[in-house]
Write a protein that binds this ligand. Structure first.
Ligand code: UT7
Length: 384
């Protein structure tokens, strides 16, 4: 659909026409983690399937902006043609102004609406569902949906239960109205709120203001085993339900692109859903859990590796804090190659991942609390 004198109309479908990621180059290995935590390469690999993860030297906005620029170039769309920016994730520079407006400004997407969407690790998937519905309703003609996280900055690096699991990264897709039957065709979204206490990052938000807790004072409540069980249940049930609703079977799915929190969780969900691991996209080994960024980054990698066939069915199960869960059924379109490429790159990274982490650690006391408070100089270049 194009912008014409009749304005924007309701449409049936929202095609994914662009995709792009932004992976920071600095790699933090399991052995790097064991230099300051009581952990080992062997424990992390056998319990999680993770070997390394990325640590960003730039802000979440910069990662999100570059991913969005690449997705727009891939779709052949100018930033000024964009109607909506959705910033999905938990990593906000500030709550006000929102992060999406920062990305919109950096993109020069002067005609867009901009909103943040936080359902933790499922934020990109919920964003895809929300943007698709807004395009179908005729509210916008197109959207860029971003999944981005910069967890290394608010990780409690003294806590081995969580510090080994997460990494930074970003990816984005462009959605455009179409009459072709493609894009997100069915979704099951849910929230196991009874277990919301099992994954909680303390320190952000109104509950903490006025209590002398400042930037960097994050403590993680994390019950890994509970989350594990509920994640498998939520993603498996949602996947079966979305297939049932669409009268499809596991055999119709060409590729599963799941949230990448733990290889064992992914294997369990694949088994419950009846899909062999050969048809599951994995990035957990090299990127760890990037929360909202995991599904879109894996999608972009699947496309660049030629693992997505034109007109094929893709299943995207995910879960995250809340405990939100979902499974999305996407019908890919004809095109699996980009229309164009963005010339932009991240600025060079002059520090190792371990040096970047040690900068954050250097500002945390043995309990993970910041030593210097709100204006600590850990990353002064981020405060502009
Ligand atoms: O995307 C949403 C966030 N992701 C998740 O919530 C992930 C869900 N949960 C999981 O992936 C798994 O539960 C974990 C990977 C977090 C933990 O695996 P597990 O097999 O459930 O291990 P566990 O929690 O039962 O811990 C086993 C042992 C414990 O020691 P004891 O009590 O048996 O002596 C832990 O203290 O492993 C110990 N442990 C570690 N050891 C070395 C916990 N973390 C570490 C570590 N290195 N990093």
């Amino acid at each position: 659909m194009t912008r014409d004198s009749e304005g924007i109309k309701a449409t049936q479908y929202a095609a994914i026409t662009g995709w792009g990621s932004c992976m920071p180059p600095a790699v933090l290995s399991n052995n790097d983690l064991s230099t300051f935590l009581d952990t080992s390469d062997e424990w992390i690999i056998t319990r999680t399937g993770m070997k390394e993860r990325r640590i960003s030297h730039v802000s979440a906005t910069e990662m999100a902006t570059l991913a969005a620029k690449r997705a727009l170039a891939c779709a052949g769309l100018n930033p000024t043609d964009l109607d909506l920016v959705i910033y999905g994730g938990v990593s906000n520079e500030e709550l006000c102004p929102n992060s999406a407006s920062g990305v919109q400004f950096s993109l020069g997407a002067s005609n867009a609406a901009s909103m943040d969407l936080n359902t933790a690790c499922t934020s990109f998937c919920y964003g895809l569902a929300a943007a698709t519905a807004m395009i179908q309703a005729g509210q916008v003609r197109n959207a860029v949906v971003i999944g981005v996280e910069l967890i290394s900055r608010y990780m409690d690096w003294t806590n081995r239960n969580v510090a080994v699991l997460f990494g930074d990264g970003a990816a984005a897709v462009v959605l455009e109205a179409t009459d072709q039957e493609e894009g997100l065709l069915a979704s099951v979204l849910g929230c196991d709120a009874e277990a919301r206490h099992t994954l909680r990052v303390r320190g952000f938000g109104c509950s903490y203001s006025g209590y002398g807790i400042t930037l960097g004072d994050t403590f993680w409540d994390f019950d890994g085993q509970q989350i594990f069980k509920r994640a498998v249940l939520g993603m498996s049930r949602a996947s079966s339900e979305v297939l049932n609703r669409s009268a499809l079977t596991a055999d119709d799915i060409s590729l599963v692109i799941p949230h990448q929190a733990n290889l064992r969780i992914i294997e369990s969900v694949a088994k419950h859903t009846g899909i062999p691991m050969e048809r599951v996209m994995l990035t957990v080994e090299k990127y760890g859990n990037m929360s909202a960024a995991t599904v879109p980054v894996a999608l972009v990698e699947a496309l660049s590796e030629g693992r997505i066939e034109p007109n094929s069915w893709i299943l995207m199960p995910a879960f995250g804090g809340g405990l939100t869960y979902c499974s999305l059924l996407v019908k890919w379109g004809d095109r699996v190659t980009p229309l164009g490429e963005s010339p932009d790159e991240l600025p060079p990274c002059t520090e190792s991942a371990l040096e970047l982490v040690n900068r954050v650690r250097g500002n945390q006391d043995p309990h993970g609390r910041s030593k210097d408070g709100l204006l600590s100089p850990t990353f002064p270049e981020m405060r502009s």
